[in-house]
Design a protein around this ligand. Sequence first.
Ligand SMILES: NC(=O)c1ccc[n+]([C@@H]2O[C@H](COP(=O)([O-])OP(=O)(O)OC[C@H]3O[C@@H](n4cnc5c(N)ncnc54)[C@H](O)[C@@H]3O)[C@@H](O)[C@H]2O)c1
Length: 400
Amino acid sequence: MRLRLGMVGGGPGAFIGGVHRMAAALDGDFDLVAGAFSSNPARSEETGRSLGLDPSRVYGSFEEMARGEHALPEPARIQVVSIVTPNHLHHAVAKAFLECGIHVVCDKPLTTTIEDAEELCHLAAERALVFALTHNYTGYPMVKEARARVRAGSLGSLRKVVVEYSQGWLRTLLEAEGQKQAEWRGDPDRAGVSSALADIGSHAHNLVRYVTGLEVTRLFADLGTVVVGRAMEDDATVLLELEGGVRAVLMASQISTGERNHLRLRAYGSDRALDWCQEDPDRLRLVGPDGGEEIVFRGDPSLSMEAQSATRLPAGHPEGFIEAFANIYRGVAQAVRNSVATAAVGPHAGVGAASPAPGLDFPTVRDGAFGVHFIHRAVESAARGTWIDMTYEPPGKESP
Ligand SMILES: NC(=O)c1ccc[n+]([C@@H]2O[C@H](COP(=O)([O-])OP(=O)(O)OC[C@H]3O[C@@H](n4cnc5c(N)ncnc54)[C@H](O)[C@@H]3O)[C@@H](O)[C@H]2O)c1
């Protein structure tokens, strides 16, 4: 059964909406049948036309779309909506569709306030709807392999984690030139309380949680605005303490000249270390105590089930961003089908499924709430110049 998908955002010139459409299409699980692609109805229409959608399913606003889809007979109505607007709209859009019984895939950060994030956790749990958050880096096979190896104890006891997400595209005041993506990221009304940390630091935070299985227990943040005239931070360094006293450093920077999308995670255990970088995503580097290296590659039959089932092509044929994103959509398709099949019985609680098939796990609304909490506490720590306690439990049920 192919699932009927709608989209909010992703109009002309948008970045991530097109990636979601490619990812959703990759495995033939979804048909895009409806959308409100822009705040400008004419531009929404233009996108709908270019995608070949039925004009009656292309809406001038997300409110109109939620009402219009809800009014359709159930076999025609969308089952899942993808939210790919700037941050400040995620909450209102997600709420409107959850209230109509529609499953949600939302881009990060989940919301701009903790209260809004928690409301979405409650709503998804109450309605037993699937809610995925596209921290897409968890979809890479070698990130799943890194997690499997940490879980199996192959590093020994974990001691230190270093995660960095460095970009250089905001090393000048690009927002003053009207660049679409820079404009809203530098505007507190649309980005939220943070810019660089919310935009890419949230991915780094989620990656640490995913690979180590540990939550942050306290943090100390330094947030800086390097480019003169910018309204928000463009460079962040955060010291973290993880459960069990594991030490960690998180760097998120958009003024690191020459860097493109340098997301790199290193984890140091008592016996071994691991090193993964998303600009070379098919390799996972393992290092022994004497510095001896072992490189494991995506596609190797000795890898974990999680890594293997998140892999589409034989080793040596590169996979990348779209495939990792598509792994999230594949997990969502499985979870939605399970929820349809088990109707009232399914313990979805806003998460993907009680036990997703190996490799088909995906970040959830609760992961999103952890992320929003992290962003707000880091902003608070930077303002106060102190360590901040991070004890937190979002509403809803445990993630898988
Ligand atoms: N997961 C990732 O790797 C990743 C990468 C980039 C962006 N993002 C996230 O995706 C979201 C969008 O980012 P982007 O870079 O694609 O932004 P963008 O500016 O390129 O696109 C945003 C789109 O939303 C549309 N929009 C704005 N208001 C709207 C409304 N009221 N109704 C319908 N559509 C509306 C805009 O017209 C535009 O088409 C952000 O939350 C961002 O943090 C995630």
